[in-house]
Design a protein around this ligand. Structure first.
Ligand code: DOR
Ligand code: ZN
Length: 335
C-alpha cells in the first residue's frame, strides 16, 4: 500500500466560527493539522485584544488536545500604533476585508485611501505584523480579483516592509503578481486547485462549490497548479474551509464557503501525486508557511494511505466538498 507522510501540516486560512459550530469543526482541523491561522470574521468581528484572547481560549477549549496552535488574526480597522503594540504578542496577522465583499465583512474597509491607512500599515510594518487581504473589488464577479491587483500594487509599493498575503488566490493575474514585489505572498485553497466555474454552475448548480472568490477559468486553475505543485516559496496552503449549516447552503440564497477541513490533506495528496509532485507537498503545506510567518508549529506526523475513501455526507450538519464521493487517499495515522 502506498503511503505518504507529512510533518506539521499548517492551514494558513481557516474559519472556525464560534459556539456549537466551533466545537464541531475545530477538532476536525486539530486532528491532522499542527496549527491554523484563524479568521476573525465573527459577528461581531474580532477587533479588540480581549476578543482575540477570549476567542483563542474558546478555540483551545474546543480542541481535544494541546497539539494544535491557533494563530490568531485581528479584523482590520485603522488602528493606532499604541493599540497594535498592545496586541502584537497575541496575533500572527491582521486580516483585511473590503466592506461587504463576503460573509460577515460588513465592518471591513470601504476606502483604500493609502493616507487613511498609513498610520496602521506603517505600525504593522515596524511591528512585523503581516497583512492578509481578501483581494476582491465590488466589480463583475469574475473580474473582482484581477481588478484588485492595482490595490495590491499600491500597498506593496507604499509599504515595502509590510508582509502582504494575497489570500485564496484564484487567478493567473494574482500568480503573475507574486514575483513583482518582494513583500507579496499568497495562500491557495485546495478547492481552487480542483474547480473551475464549470464545476460551480456549468451543469447543475453546486452550492457546496460556491465560495468567494468564485472558481475561475481553466487557465487560472493551471496557473494556480503551476505555483502550488512547485511549492513556490511565497505560496502557502490555506484551506479557507468555511463551515455553513446545510440549510444555509442548500437554500435560496446560498451562503459562500466550501467546507474542506476534514479532507484537505487527502485531496492535496491526491493532487500532488497525480502530477508526480508529492516531494513538494511538505513545503506547500507547512515549510513555506513556517518560513514566511516565522512560526515553529507543534510536532505532528500525519501518514496518508492511497486507498479509496468515501467522504462523509456531513459533519454535524455541515456538508463537506465531495460529500458521498470517493477520493483516492485516506488518513492512516497521526502521531
Ligand atoms: O466563501 C467564503 N466564505 N469566502 C470568504 O471569504 C469567507 C468565507 C466565510 O466566512 O464563510
Ligand atoms: Zn476566508
Amino acid at each position: 500500500m502506498k503511503t505518504h507522510t507529512l510533518l506539521m501540516p499548517l492551514d494558513m486560512h481557516l474559519h472556525l466560527r464560534d459556539g456549537v459550530m466551533l466545537e464541531n469543526v475545530a477538532p476536525l482541523t486539530a486532528f491532522t493539522f499542527s496549527g491554523a491561522l484563524i479568521m476573525p470574521n465573527l459577528v461581531p468581528p474580532v477587533d479588540t485584544l480581549e476578543a482575540v484572547q477570549s476567542y483563542k481560549q474558546r478555540i483551545m477549549a474546543a480542541v481535544p488536545n494541546d497539539y494544535f496552535e491557533s494563530y490568531m488574526t485581528l479584523f482590520y480597522k485603522n488602528y493606532d500604533k499604541a493599540f497594535l503594540e498592545n496586541v502584537v504578542d497575541e496575533i500572527t496577522a491582521i486580516k483585511l476585508y473590503p466592506a461587504g465583499i463576503t460573509t460577515n465583512s460588513e465592518g471591513g474597509v470601504s476606502s483604500f485611501d493609502i493616507e487613511e491607512m498609513r498610520v496602521t500599515l506603517e505600525a504593522m510594518s515596524e511591528l512585523g505584523i503581516p497583512l492578509c487581504v481578501h483581494g476582491e473589488t465590488d466589480g463583475f464577479v469574475m473580474d473582482r480579483e484581477a481588478e484588485f491587483m492595482s490595490i495590491y500594487e499600491l500597498l506593496a509599493k507604499n509599504f515595502p516592509k509590510l508582509k502582504l498575503v494575497m489570500e485564496h488566490i484564484t487567478t493567473k493575474a494574482a500568480v503573475d503578481m507574486l514575483d513583482k514585489y518582494d513583500n507579496l505572498y499568497a495562500t491557495i485553497t485546495v478547492h481552487h486547485l480542483l474547480l473551475t466555474l464549470d464545476d460551480v454552475v456549468g451543469g447543475m448548480m453546486m452550492p457546496h462549490h460556491f465560495c468567494k472568490p468564485i472558481a475561475k477559468r481553466p487557465e487560472d486553475l493551471d496557473a494556480l497548479l503551476g505555483v502550488a505543485l512547485e511549492a513556490h516559496p511565497k505560496v502557502m496552503f490555506g484551506s479557507d474551509s468555511a463551515p455553513h449549516p446545510q440549510h444555509k447552503k442548500e437554500s435560496c440564497g446560498c451562503a459562500a464557503g466550501v467546507f474542506t477541513a476534514p479532507i484537505a490533506l487527502q485531496l492535496l495528496t491526491e493532487i500532488f501525486e497525480q502530477f508526480d509532485k508529492l516531494d513538494n507537498l511538505q513545503s506547500f503545506v507547512s515549510d513555506n508557511a513556517q518560513n514566511i510567518y516565522g512560526i515553529c508549529p507543534e510536532f505532528k506526523e500525519v501518514t496518508l494511505e492511497k486507498r479509496p475513501f468515501v467522504v462523509p455526507e456531513n459533519y454535524a450538519g455541515v456538508v463537506p466538498m465531495y460529500a458521498g464521493e470517493v477520493i483516492g487517499w485516506a488518513i492512516e495515522s497521526v502521531d
